[in-house]
Design a protein around this ligand. Structure first.
Ligand SMILES: [Zn+2]
Length: 101
Protein backbone atom coordinates (compact mmCIF):
# COMPACT_ATOMS: atom_id res chain seq x y z
CA UNK A 1 0.00 0.00 0.00
CA UNK A 2 2.61 2.45 -1.11
CA UNK A 3 1.56 6.09 -0.73
CA UNK A 4 -1.32 5.39 1.68
CA UNK A 5 -0.93 6.90 5.12
CA UNK A 6 -2.99 5.22 7.84
CA UNK A 7 -5.33 7.57 9.68
CA UNK A 8 -3.80 6.71 13.05
CA UNK A 9 -0.27 7.80 12.08
CA UNK A 10 1.11 10.33 14.53
CA UNK A 11 3.93 12.66 13.66
CA UNK A 12 6.18 12.20 16.69
CA UNK A 13 8.40 15.09 15.60
CA UNK A 14 5.55 17.56 15.96
CA UNK A 15 5.27 19.70 19.06
CA UNK A 16 2.22 20.81 20.90
CA UNK A 17 0.43 23.77 19.39
CA UNK A 18 1.03 27.10 21.08
CA UNK A 19 -1.16 28.23 23.94
CA UNK A 20 -2.88 30.69 21.60
CA UNK A 21 -3.73 27.93 19.13
CA UNK A 22 -4.99 25.58 21.87
CA UNK A 23 -7.07 28.38 23.33
CA UNK A 24 -8.64 29.13 19.93
CA UNK A 25 -9.22 25.45 19.13
CA UNK A 26 -11.02 25.04 22.44
CA UNK A 27 -13.47 27.79 21.58
CA UNK A 28 -11.62 30.52 23.49
CA UNK A 29 -12.19 28.80 26.79
CA UNK A 30 -10.83 30.29 30.01
CA UNK A 31 -7.52 29.31 31.62
CA UNK A 32 -9.43 27.90 34.57
CA UNK A 33 -11.11 25.39 32.23
CA UNK A 34 -7.97 24.69 30.18
CA UNK A 35 -6.13 23.42 33.26
CA UNK A 36 -8.33 20.29 33.15
CA UNK A 37 -6.95 19.36 29.72
CA UNK A 38 -3.83 17.23 29.99
CA UNK A 39 -2.15 18.82 26.93
CA UNK A 40 -2.49 22.26 28.53
CA UNK A 41 -1.74 21.46 32.16
CA UNK A 42 1.99 22.14 32.11
CA UNK A 43 2.06 25.10 29.74
CA UNK A 44 -0.50 27.41 31.30
CA UNK A 45 0.71 30.83 32.46
CA UNK A 46 -0.88 32.68 35.37
CA UNK A 47 -2.48 35.17 33.03
CA UNK A 48 -3.21 35.25 29.34
CA UNK A 49 -4.65 37.86 27.02
CA UNK A 50 -6.53 37.12 23.82
CA UNK A 51 -7.65 39.95 21.52
CA UNK A 52 -10.61 37.93 20.24
CA UNK A 53 -11.89 37.32 23.77
CA UNK A 54 -11.51 40.99 24.67
CA UNK A 55 -13.41 42.11 21.57
CA UNK A 56 -16.11 39.47 22.08
CA UNK A 57 -16.75 40.66 25.62
CA UNK A 58 -16.99 44.30 24.63
CA UNK A 59 -20.44 45.72 25.15
CA UNK A 60 -22.30 48.29 23.17
CA UNK A 61 -23.92 51.22 24.85
CA UNK A 62 -27.41 50.45 25.99
CA UNK A 63 -30.39 51.67 24.03
CA UNK A 64 -32.20 54.78 25.18
CA UNK A 65 -35.14 54.19 27.42
CA UNK A 66 -38.27 53.54 25.37
CA UNK A 67 -41.38 55.67 25.81
CA UNK A 68 -43.60 53.20 23.93
CA UNK A 69 -46.27 51.52 26.01
CA UNK A 70 -48.35 48.52 25.04
CA UNK A 71 -51.50 46.96 26.40
CA UNK A 72 -51.40 43.46 24.93
CA UNK A 73 -48.73 40.85 24.20
CA UNK A 74 -46.99 41.18 20.82
CA UNK A 75 -48.06 44.78 20.24
CA UNK A 76 -44.35 45.47 20.33
CA UNK A 77 -41.75 42.90 19.27
CA UNK A 78 -37.97 43.30 19.35
CA UNK A 79 -36.07 41.51 16.63
CA UNK A 80 -32.94 41.52 14.53
CA UNK A 81 -33.19 41.50 10.76
CA UNK A 82 -30.38 39.76 8.92
CA UNK A 83 -29.64 39.61 5.19
CA UNK A 84 -29.65 39.48 2.30
CA UNK A 85 -28.21 35.98 2.26
CA UNK A 86 -26.53 34.91 -1.00
CA UNK A 87 -28.84 31.89 -1.38
CA UNK A 88 -32.60 32.21 -1.07
CA UNK A 89 -34.53 29.66 0.97
CA UNK A 90 -37.19 27.41 -0.58
CA UNK A 91 -39.73 30.23 -0.38
CA UNK A 92 -37.39 32.72 -2.04
CA UNK A 93 -36.66 34.67 1.14
CA UNK A 94 -33.18 36.07 1.57
CA UNK A 95 -33.74 37.97 4.80
CA UNK A 96 -34.16 36.35 8.20
CA UNK A 97 -35.33 37.76 11.48
CA UNK A 98 -34.59 36.67 15.00
CA UNK A 99 -36.94 37.50 17.81
CA UNK A 100 -36.16 37.36 21.48
CA UNK A 101 -38.28 36.01 24.24
ZN1 LIG B 1 -9.73 33.97 23.17
Amino acid sequence: MKGVVPAYTVNKASTLPSLEVLHARLGHTSLSKMKYISACKNVLPNSFSCDTCILAKAHRLQFERSTITTKAPFELVHMDLWGPYKVANLNGARFFCYSYR
